[in-house]
Design a protein around this ligand. Structure first.
Ligand SMILES: [Fe+2]
Length: 305
């Protein structure tokens, strides 16, 4: 069993890096870290050096990172995954530097989502210099696609320390790795990809203020403002460049008493199961996973990203 201590980052390929970076800063509100690497924009939301890295190249999610306790835990995870037949690759020092972690390993989940486990993700003490006052407090959660959310749950809860908090029928599995109701979600989708990346905001007012801001700036609102009955979070999903869905939310439930929490099942077809305010609901756009393509030369290029 591999204990995940937190979510770390999302890496996403951007064909138009300048436009994707502009959106992440001027619209989403993230801080752009001082450029240290050609073709990579590191974006900051909280204590982490960055939680989103936009990498110049074909559009699509490259990987989702999770932290483990230390390098011993990383080594144990590597052994455990390899023993169970999962191909694991260890990141080079240069790749680790790009991720601002000491070490990392990479593998694909059974559905083709690229996952990275990292040790010693860099913390930055300086306050975040947000590009606009969106009210962001932290990187809240990430959501992956899988054709069978029950299979995905089996993977994340048997090999890893994720626990289901609630089910939305066969459509979604919301999992926690700490008291936050969910930091990892899996939505049903035929192909692997990143369904969305969530940022928590400080107040319900921020959700609504951001809604007006996004609307005024012609950003496509996918869903919300609404309120999820599972996490009780007030949410707003919107579409960024290259099919990358962002979410702001406020008020996510915390599960402090592990022993007494019983996961619930909501029927997605039942009114109110996605939005308890009964607003219109749509499935957020998923950014497809960039797949390692043959021949070997291309594999090496993808591995380097
Ligand atoms: Fe979400």
């Amino acid at each position: 069993m591999i204990t995940l201590t937190d979510i770390a980052y999302v890496r996403s390929g951007a064909a138009d890096l300048a436009a994707a970076t502009r959106f992440a800063t001027e619209i989403v509100g993230l801080e752009l870290a001082a450029p240290a690497e050609a073709g990579v924009a590191h974006l900051r939301a909280d204590h982490r050096h960055h939680c989103l890295a936009l990498v110049e190249g074909p559009s699509g999610v490259l990987s989702s990172g999770f932290t483990v306790a230390d390098s011993g835990a990383l080594e144990a995870a590597e052994t455990e995954l390899e023993r169970s037949g999962i191909a694991v690759r260890r990141g080079s020092p240069e790749q680790s530097r790009s991720r601002r972690v000491r070490e990392f390993i990479a593998f694909d989940d059974p559905f083709g989502n690229r996952v990275e486990l990292v040790s010693q993700q860099e913390t930055v003490a300086r306050p975040v210099a947000f590009s606009r006052p969106a009210g962001i407090t932290e990187f809240g959660h990430l959501c992956l696609d899988a054709p069978d959310v029950h299979e995905a749950h089996r993977f994340w809860s048997t090999r890893f320390s994720a626990r289901v908090s609630d089910w939305i029928g066969d459509a979604a599995c919301l999992m926690r790795i700490d008291p936050v109701h969910h930091k990892l979600a899996v939505f049903r989708g035929e192909e692997p990809g990143l369904c969305h990346m969530n940022f928590q905001v400080a107040a319900i007012d921020d959700v609504f203020r951001n809604w007006h801001f996004l609307t005024e700036h012609g950003v496509e609102i996918e869903m919300g403002p609404g309120r999820h009955p599972q996490s009780t979070a007030v949410y707003l999903y919107f579409l960024g460049p290259e099919g990358f869905t962002y979410e702001y939310s406020f008020g996510v439930r915390r599960i402090e008493d592990e022993a007494s929490w019983v996961p619930r099942t909501f029927d997605p077809d039942e009114p109110g199961s996605i939005d308890m305010w009964l607003g219109p609901t749509t499935r957020p756009v998923t950014q497809p996973q960039v797949r390692a393509a043959r021949p070997a030369a291309t594999m090496a290029a993808v591995a380097a990203s």
